[in-house]
Design a protein around this ligand. Structure first.
Ligand SMILES: CC(C)(COP(=O)(O)OP(=O)(O)OC[C@H]1O[C@@H](n2cnc3c(N)ncnc32)[C@H](O)[C@@H]1OP(=O)(O)O)[C@@H](O)C(=O)NCCC(=O)NCCS
Length: 107
């Protein structure tokens, strides 16, 4: 992952690597709200997602985020849990438990 590209449009930052003909991936996040909107890698289950997530975290930390928030697709909660995320309390209706609302404190 030595060809990381960083672009910012309006509020949103995009990190990407690779190309369609080989392995590739991208992630969109907002450093003002410290919200990770989407991450995608191909191929999957080869550690690329964790590596890209780590780059996202580094960038968000650099931009001043103390914590990352996200809403995971239900079948990806395990991926985030393995990367140190846990159930969040950042949504407004806090009594309405949402197991896929996650957060991680950035050290
Ligand atoms: C979710 C995604 C980014 C994970 O990246 P990845 O490269 O496949 O994941 P990794 O290889 O880094 O996996 C790290 C750990 O999470 C687990 N994991 C990864 N994806 C998982 C999934 N969908 N469900 C359950 N566990 C998953 C792996 O088994 C691995 O566990 P291990 O360390 O015990 O082996 C990737 O699968 C992807 O792009 N999926 C399609 C898009 C998507 O769903 N994005 C998430 C939007 S919220």
């Amino acid at each position: 992952m030595d060809d990381l590209r960083l672009e910012t449009q309006h509020r949103e930052t995009k990190i990407s690597f690779g190309s369609l003909s080989s392995s590739f991936g991208y992630a969109y996040f907002d450093c003002r709200t410290c919200y990770l909107r989407y991450i995608y890698v191909k191929p999957q289950n080869k550690g690329l997602g964790s590596m890209l997530l780590n780059q996202v975290e580094n960038e968000m930390r650099k931009q001043g985020c103390k914590q990352i928030k996200l809403q995971a697709l239900p079948d990806t909660v395990n991926f985030y849990t393995k990367n140190g995320y846990s159930s969040a309390s950042w949504w407004e209706d806090w009594w309405d438990y949402r197991p896929n609302f996650l957060q991680k404190t950035l050290a």
